[in-house]
Ligand binder design. Structure first.
Ligand SMILES: [Cu+2]
Length: 270
């Protein structure tokens, strides 16, 4: 998934670009880690505008003994709205930044499969880092990664060893299971810089130590509406979901200042 930035001159910094499209969230000339001593903070909320929709429940058509934590249904993990309208699992990040703080060290980027769901549902991984995938379930899962990075990993049961995939390219990666667990999905965002945050249960996010300057701030959320489904003998074999929602706002970060930027999602995705 990629798109071109609307403006090539950001933050007073003129970027020279080649003919190739720029990957989403990728700094064209690479990212330079520096010590940031006068950085500011960007914080805010991702919230739901209007009445919260009824949660989407999907029938558990396979391995209910392992997967059926809500009886014979799974609550779709794609849209989680708190009673106060906070939206969990949106990712907020600077669209581009050439230099800033380093990625934190000693972080393990891991994706587990538990009760036929991906934990975490949305994971951000630095470009070039290892993603470790494991399973805590005693049913066969097949982890199908597709997008900026691809892969196909089989986990017969929870005794299967974790498998490691290097996330070489920046961009979004869809994760799903091809073994009949049609509700299982997750997203990995591979990013070139550490200015990102995944929203918590109340939709909150915080970006710290941002070098002073003007930026484009992106809020991204996966699509949540079912637009189509394949069925065989009355059983859904594949769900197709609406496109992800990408919202963008300008933000000006002052030296040791605090900027507040919030985003709203709404029914229909726009
Ligand atoms: Cu599975």
């Amino acid at each position: 998934m990629s798109f071109r930035p609307t403006s090539l001159a950001l933050a007073g910094l003129v970027l020279t670009l080649g003919a190739a499209p720029i990957s989403f969230a990728q700094a064209p000339a690479g990212y330079e880690s520096i010590e940031v001593t006068d950085g500011g903070t960007i914080r805010g909320l991702v919230t739901w505008a209007g009445d919260s929709p009824t949660e989407l429940r999907l029938p558990v058509s396979k391995n209910p003994e392992t997967c059926g934590t809500h009886g014979a249904e799974k609550v779709s993990p794609r849209l989680k709205i708190s009673p106060r309208k906070g939206v969990k699992d949106a990712v907020v990040f600077l669209q581009e930044i050439a230099r800033g703080k380093p990625f934190p060290t000693g972080v393990k980027y891991a994706l587990d499969q538990k009760e036929c769901e991906y934990l975490p549902h949305l994971l951000v991984v630095p470009k070039g880092a290892d993603l470790e995938v494991s399973s805590s379930d005693d049913v066969l899962h097949n982890v199908h990664l597709d997008g900026a990075n691809s892969g196909n990993l089989a986990f017969p049961d929870k005794t299967a060893k974790p498998q490691v995939l290097k996330m070489k390219k920046a961009g979004f990666v869809d994760v799903r299971c091809d073994n009949g667990h049609v509700w299982m999905n997750g997203t990995v965002l591979v990013i070139t810089h550490p200015y990102y945050a995944v929203t918590d249960e109340e939709g909150r996010y915080l970006l710290a130590d941002v070098p002073p300057g003007a930026y484009k701030l992106v809020a991204w959320h996966e699509g949540w509406d079912i637009v189509k489904k394949d069925e065989k003998d009355g059983v859904v074999t594949k769900y197709y979901f609406s496109e992800p929602v990408k919202l963008m706002k300008d933000v000006d970060v002052k030296q040791k200042g605090e900027a507040e930027v919030s985003f709203e999602l709404r029914a229909g995705g726009k």
